[in-house]
Design a protein around this ligand. Structure first.
Ligand code: E4P
Length: 217
């Protein structure tokens, strides 16, 4: 299994910056809802890309939008034209699948998002799409065996070039459960990532070290 990679799922620049500048995450993922939550719109995409590229992101994900295939593909290509760190997200609808498959065939970095079933994962792998985003929390809310189904997605991708990027992760344990099932990549909100990185017991241990008389010079 490849080394795990964490991404931050947010467009709140103040929350993303410390994670990027500390090299704690590999990159940033967004979608239209995440932009909205941060008080942003698609007009801010070029600015956000430039900022996060400058802060050391290795991949930056923005989602294409549009009512029809032509509009979706045009936006997807505009996102890819931002630069070599850009990965375009496309919803795994019928129309989105077509756009994603065509771009993947050209070698473009594409993430198929809102993937809910192992069959969708298998189809994405057969199209050579680089990532699929599986929504753990939303799957669980809908009554799926979410960890089991995402493990089946991982198995369906097998040795293909397609990686499962788990999303809708609500606790550090969600991340660990999926890692145990062989999933390599994860995107989560800043608070979930900080909860995964730090623990009060670690802080207590560090405070005891700092208070040690042995540090007196
Ligand atoms: C991924 O693109 C989504 O941002 C995400 O993780 C959605 O999940 P949530 O709405 O359950 O947080």
């Amino acid at each position: 299994m490849p080394a795990p990679r964490l991404y931050v799922d947010s467009a709140d620049v103040d929350a993303v910056s410390p994670l990027l500048s500390g090299s704690l995450v590999h990159g940033v993922t967004t979608n239209p809802t995440i932009l909205e939550r941060a008080g942003r719109t698609v007009a801010d995409i070029p600015e956000l890309y430039a900022r996060w590229a400058g802060e050391g992101a290795r991949e930056i994900f923005f989602q294409a939008w549009g009512d029809d295939e032509a509009a979706l593909e045009r936006r997807a290509r505009e996102i890819l034209a931002l630069g070599e760190l850009a990965v375009v997200k496309v919803p795994a609808t019928r129309v989105g699948f077509g756009v994603a498959a065509r771009l993947a065939r050209e070698g473009a970095p594409v993430l198929l998002t809102a993937v809910f079933t192992p069959a969708q994962a298998l189809a994405a792998a057969s199209c050579g799409i680089r990532y699929i985003a599986a929504y753990l929390g939303r799957m669980r809310d809908a009554g799926f065996d979410a960890v089991g189904d995402i493990a089946r997605m991982q198995a369906a991708c097998g040795d293909s070039a397609t990686e499962v990027l788990a999303a809708s992760l609500r606790t550090p344990d969600d991340i660990v459960a999926l890692a145990e099932a062989g999933v390599p990549t994860f995107t989560a909100a800043p608070d979930v990532l900080w909860a995964a990185i730090a623990h009060p017991a670690t802080d207590d241990a560090a405070a005891v070290f700092e208070a040690s008389p042995s540090l007196a010079s």
